[in-house]
Write a protein that binds this ligand. Structure first.
Ligand code: PLP
Length: 452
């Protein structure tokens, strides 16, 4: 079955092979993947260094349980502990999907708070002690957010896909407003930011503060819900509020991690230290590998309390070898610097498009993570569709059809506009090719959305 779709008419395009940024189809077409395979292939397809590491690892160990240690698994967690901010004594739980890594983060945040309130224990007989409320358990998430499709992760997601789960959402999630400079309820500039942060504090207090709230869960740059970098100062302000209220800050970097925004992690743009960081998607290059990285403070909580979580294939050696090889490339000399410079170039080309096309309301992003938000009316910023119309077709579906069929560019339709999320290895020529294709597509949107 195809994800999140009605199944009748599902007709996937047969693929012969993949190379760099391109998918070669069996009928001889060559299609640019402008969404980097759901943001999983930051290095493009078939990167030789990663494939070689996978071949070599396959001959040695593919998988053993976590009662054993393998070199690539040890090396991966060592590298992850180093690339995440804060001291080196972190711990990492490895899984296979962003959703699973988020589940681990949410459960651990609640267990951490339980341990904090009821105290750690070293007596084996106490390990079976019932974990009862009340202890801080609420997770504050935001409306425009997506953390995965498993029950817990979907329940902590504001995205309308959560509604498929209702009324059986996992309890204990409260939604905060979005940090969206283009559609802020709090005004712009320093004053708007302060009003927003004040409201967040109010919300936390009304939800019971340190006694009831366990953690705040954010995507440092919102992904699926419209690629929204927060206003400068927001992440630092949020960190401060979490410190003031003794809440854990969980940064879900499933989509934004590993160089996507021009830094290794999106939180690095503001230099904040979350208590838990979630990575997935591009982490394993071509293998499903995800990680939940716990700061030293959170890790210590589980020294003598059970980490009540786990799954098969955790720490999969082949996947970890691919992840380590992929980190070699991303951490290599000049790689992230090029994403930054070429990302700025891409951003300036996209902003120039917005000048010419009245259908574009906002151009936003950073690194190789951009979107053009299309609007019905530029002055009033009237959106293409409301949140309650997620599955209603708009001009964006027509644009993505045009781009695929006429321009050989694959960009799945999104509810707010066009995504520009190329593999981080895309060359300037390839970026120019993409911008020219979008330019042509926007003509269609201008015509369709022009006032009668
Ligand atoms: C920020 C974020 N978290 C979690 C997930 C879930 O990842 P997965 O699809 O690997 O479960 C996604 C997927 O889009 C995501 O964007």
């Amino acid at each position: 079955m195809q994800c999140w779709s009605a199944q009748a008419g599902y007709a996937p395009i047969p693929v012969a092979e993949t190379r760099g940024c391109w998918i070669h189809t069996t009928d001889g077409r060559r299609i640019f993947d402008l969404r980097s395979a759901h943001e999983c292939i930051n290095l493009g397809f078939n990167h030789p260094h990663v494939l070689q590491a996978m071949r070599e690892q396959m001959e040695r160990v593919v998988y053993v349980t976590d009662d054993f240690a393998t070199a690539p698994t040890a090396e991966l967690v060592r590298r992850l502990a180093r690339l995440a901010p804060g001291g080196p004594d972190k711990k990492v739980f490895l899984s296979q999907s962003g959703a699973a890594a988020v589940e681990a983060a949410i459960k651990a945040a609640r267990m951490f708070q339980y341990n904090r309130v009821f105290g750690g224990t070293t007596r084996p007989e106490d390990l079976d002690a019932p974990r009862q409320y009340p202890f801080p358990y609420k997770i504050i998430s935001r409306y425009r957010s997506w953390h995965g499709s498993t029950s817990g992760a979907a329940s902590a997601s504001g995205d309308p896909r959560r509604w498929f789960q209702e009324p059986f959402t996992v309890p204990g999630v409260v939604f905060a407003p979005d940090a969206n400079p283009y559609r802020s309820f709090f005004g712009s500039g320093a004053e708007g930011l302060q009003a927003h942060l004040n409201y967040l504090e109010y919300l936390i207090e009304q939800e019971g503060g340190s006694n009831k709230v366990a953690a705040v869960l954010i995507e440092p740059v919102v992904g699926s819900n419209g690629i929204i970098p927060p206003p400068p100062g927001y992440l630092a302000g949020l960190r401060q509020i979490c410190d003031d209220w003794n809440l854990l800050l969980i940064a879900d970097e499933t989509m934004t991690g590993l160089g996507r925004t021009g830094r290794m992690l999106a939180i690095d743009h503001e230099g904040i230290q979350p208590d838990i960081i979630v990575l997935g998607k591009a982490l394993g290059a071509y293998c499903p590998v995800a990680a939940t990285i716990f700061s030293e403070r959170v890790s210590r909580s589980f020294d003598h309390n059970i980490f009540g979580h786990g799954q098969s294939f955790s720490g999969h050696a082949l996947g970890c070898a691919a992840a380590v090889a992929s980190l070699d490339v991303i951490e290599g000399e000049g790689f992230l610097e090029r994403v930054q410079t070429d990302g700025e170039y891409l951003g300036s080309r996209l902003r120039a498009l917005a000048q010419r096309h009245p259908c574009v309301g906002d151009v936003r992003g950073l690194g190789f993570f951009w979107t053009l938000e299309l609007v019905k009316n530029r002055e009033t910023r009237e959106p293409l569709r409301r949140f309650t119309e997620k599955y209603t077709s708009t001009v964006v579906s027509r644009l993505s059809d045009f781009l695929l069929k006429e321009r050989q560019v694959y960009v799945p339709s999104d509810k707010f506009g066009i995504w520009v999320v190329p593999p981080l290895v895309a060359s300037r020529d390839e970026l120019d090719f993409v911008v020219a294709a979008i330019d042509a597509a926007l003509e269609l949107a201008d015509a369709e959305l022009a006032p009668a």
